[in-house]
Design a protein. Structure first.
Length: 363
């Protein structure tokens, strides 16, 4: 390690989504002090899981793929878990004009989650890194002094000093932090991030104390033309360990245009409508749900992309970015890849040599 022999390198990671958790694991090494700061009470961000009695359901990202060799190696070999499970069934598509007529999608690949939910992924990285997460701590601003960074948290709490900061929240939330910050690189990064737009998404979870007949071998239904109000429907019982036998849980994620129209409406008035849209695909039984849950995802998916050149504007000053707004498409593997890649840039910048850097050098 260069220039940190006396006190060690201190790194702050803002946001404990998949990107932040993976970066914390990647940078874990003797002589490196990583502080992971998260505004929510848990980790994994939009790779989110909730529970209701014996039921577990993924209400953000529904699954992830392991097509990338390096990501597959990290998930299956480096931070393995016996609870990693393959989802049973295929995804079919439907159009708004003919919602009951479905067609199989070509080239389908294995879909994965964990027996206790997709949020296990971020927890595995944190546990393997042995990093303590400061949860329920919303970073409000950064301040640079003598080439070191200090983070101000709600209620006047301050963390620091740090040699570098990795910012992983969605672009608009990162802009909020940078707009209240002082230090080299903040304005340049803020101006670049303001060009990234996001779509919102309303997610409904419909629970049934009974199961009814659905097409065999189907896990999810996706709207191919984006004209139907429901963008995605899936059976959570297709995930081993999520739903007790004889019950059904349907995840219903709405189109961005529908979400924009109804984002601030009372949820009680929206659930029957969402169930009715689901019923046109899954059958009338879907109207008679026994319980429901919901999530308003304000920053569900980036609609534009930040170039790596723009993202690196602050790196000479110790400010780094990671997130799916840097990827060609949004998703858990993409966020994971961006977190690992940002951590590798930090490693090169400060001369960190760790087993993680060596074993995942192809990331």
């Amino acid at each position: 390690m260069k220039g940190a022999e006396t006190r060690g390198l201190r790194i702050a990671i803002v946001g404990a989504g998949v990107a932040g958790c993976a970066a914390a694991w990647y940078l874990n090494s003797d002589g490196v002090d990583v502080t992971l700061i998260e505004k929510s009470r848990g980790v994994s961000g939009r790779a989110a899981t909730r529970g209701r009695g014996e039921v577990r359901f993924d209400h953000g990202a529904n699954f992830f793929k392991l097509n990338d060799r390096a990501i597959r190696y990290v998930v299956q070999q480096v931070v393995p878990s016996k609870d990693l499970v393959q989802i049973e069934g295929e995804i079919v598509s439907f159009s708004a004009a003919a919602p009951t007529r479905t067609s199989k999608r070509d080239g389908q690949q294995a879909l994965w989650t964990y027996r206790d939910g997709i949020s296990r992924l971020g927890k595995l990285f944190v546990n393997h890194a042995n990093v303590e997460v400061q949860t329920r701590s919303r970073v409000q601003s950064l301040r640079s002094r003598d080439n070191e960074w200090y983070l101000s948290i709600e209620a006047g709490v301050q963390f620091g000093p740090f040699d570098c900061v990795l910012l992983t929240p969605p672009a608009p939330q990162t802009v909020e932090i940078l707009s209240a910050s002082t230090g080299p690189g903040c304005t340049d990064l803020m101006d670049a991030l303001r060009r990234v737009d996001y779509s919102s998404q309303f997610a409904f979870i419909l629970g049934y104390e009974r199961a009814w007949r659905l097409p065999e071998g189907v896990y999810g239904w996706i709207n191919s033309d984006t004209d139907y109000p429901s963008a995605w429907l899936s059976r959570e019982e297709a995930k081993p360990g999520h739903v007790p036998e004889g019950q059904r849980v349907v995840i219903c994620q709405m189109q961005p245009w529908w979400t924009k129209q109804h984002f601030h409406d009372p949820v009680d008035s929206l659930v029957p409508e969402a169930a009715a849209y689901a019923a046109r695909i899954l059958g009338n039984e879907a109207n008679s749900f026994d319980w429901y849950d919901h999530q308003r995802w304000r920053y569900a998916r980036p609609q534009s992309r930040l170039s790596l050149m723009d993202a690196r504007r602050g790196e000479a000053h110790g400010l780094f970015l990671a997130g799916d707004f840097l990827a060609e498409q949004a998703g858990v593997p993409e966020a994971l890849h961006q977190g690992l890649e940002a951590a590798r840039r930090i490693g090169r910048r400060f001369g960190i040599e760790t087993a993680q850097l060596l074993s995942t050098g192809s990331v």
